[in-house]
Design a protein around this ligand. Structure first.
Ligand SMILES: Cc1ncc(COP(=O)(O)O)c(C=O)c1O
Length: 367
């Protein structure tokens, strides 16, 4: 039986469950369910956690990206460079604005977008680079800022997987125009359902995002913009506020587990992704290894009670709606190779020390 899971909600401690129930009860008793004091307070607290001036709560991570792109004035006729190795939502958000995603190659050591490939993809219609802080990693931000500055492009961040990751003391949302976050239940800060947010230091972007999430409304019944319905609910905001109190400790635990994997895994058949540039620049939403014999490794782990998953088995360029997208003229062979060899292993904060050892032993005994 598989008992060491990638995510294990059954292990959420009873006092935390009780906090969630109390938060929900408070909202139900308040009689105020949409855009109330919990959303405002969560926006303030999440902005503080991310070190940005503003946060706008929205219904999910994909909407955060679409709203952010629209706030940046991106739409039909524009191109946005991003990665084929991401959740499909990243690319769908670009498509929903009417703009065209352009897919660049990834770095084999991290799975992150490759700056040289992104530079090759820049064309006359390119307006922005949408970085994905994949698996929780924030890397090479100076290089990305320089590239965007030199080529007059906007730097945008999909930080759905990188809650609280910091490089040089700075976290997502402060490197460029904005960062989009998802609070999908499996994320490091996960709601009890769908939720998301956009963080920015730009007051105009925040003001426009707040309008766009609410039908484009400025004042009651005034709609200067054709927005969407993407409000963060009071229920989710109230529960996210409680869960946020536990996020720093949970993140430290993820980093500790990752450090033990880096110290303990010694198997020439298995490659770990590059260690983070600095301790705080990886929050290990996922811990990913690579091996040429991926299916065999997954089966070996399963026999030892360990679950594994693949992020992501099929590149965006191989999905039916996005097969024709423009891409690096040199091709996406590294992304294909990465998709064929990557495997995510358990790294959630409720793993016991004994289970971490079991995972390390299982990886080391793979032949
Ligand atoms: C990198 C990335 N971008 C965007 C999203 C979309 O977030 P959501 O599922 O909240 O819409 C996700 C979540 O799966 C993600 O991992």
């Amino acid at each position: 039986m598989v008992s060491i899971l990638i995510n294990d909600f059954s292990r959420v401690p009873a006092p935390v469950r009780q906090q969630l129930l109390d938060a929900a009860a408070g909202v139900i008793q308040s009689g105020w369910f949409i855009l109330g004091e919990n959303v405002t307070a969560f926006e303030r607290e999440w902005a503080a956690y991310c070190g940005t001036a503003h946060c706008v709560g929205v219904a999910n991570g994909m909407d955060a990206l679409e709203i952010g792109l629209r706030c940046a004035g991106i739409g039909p006729g524009d191109e946005v460079i991003t990665t084929p190795l991401t959740a499909f939502a990243t690319v769908l958000a670009i498509l929903r604005t009417g703009a065209q995603p352009v897919l660049a190659e990834v770095d084999p050591a991290t799975g992150l977008l490759d700056p040289d490939s992104a530079a090759r993809c820049i064309g006359p219609r390119t307006r922005a680079i949408l970085l994905v802080h994949l698996y929780g990693q924030i890397r090479q931000m100076g290089r990305w800022q320089e590239l965007c500055r030199e080529r007059s492009l906007l730097l945008l961040e999909d930080a759905a997987q990188a809650h609280g990751a910091r490089a040089g003391g700075i976290s997502a949302g402060s490197f460029g125009c904005w960062a989009g976050f998802s609070f999908y239940p499996t994320k490091n800060l996960g709601a009890i359902g769908d939720a998301g947010a956009l963080c920015t230091n730009d007051a105009a972007v925040a003001a426009q995002a707040a309008q766009l999430r609410n039908y484009g409304q400025s004042d009651r019944y005034h709609h200067p913009l054709p927005g969407l319905n993407s409000r963060l609910d009071e229920l989710h905001a109230a529960m996210l506020r409680r869960l946020l109190e536990h996020l720093p400790a949970a993140t430290r635990r993820r980093q500790e587990i990752a450090a033990r994997y880096h110290a303990g895994v010694r198997n020439t058949e298995i490659t770990l992704l590059a260690a983070p540039e600095e301790f705080s620049s990886h929050v290990y939403h996922l811990f990913v290894v690579r091996t040429a014999r991926r299916d065999a490794l997954a089966a070996h782990l399963r026999t030892r009670g360990i679950q594994s998953l693949i992020h992501y088995p099929i590149g965006v360029h191989l999905q039916p709606p996005t097969r024709e997208l423009r891409r690096d003229p040199a091709g996406l062979a590294v992304a294909d190779e990465f998709s064929a060899t990557c495997l995510s292993i358990p790294c959630h904060p409720y793993l016991t020390d004994g289970e971490i050892e079991q995972v390390i032993d299982a990886l080391n005994s793979f032949r």
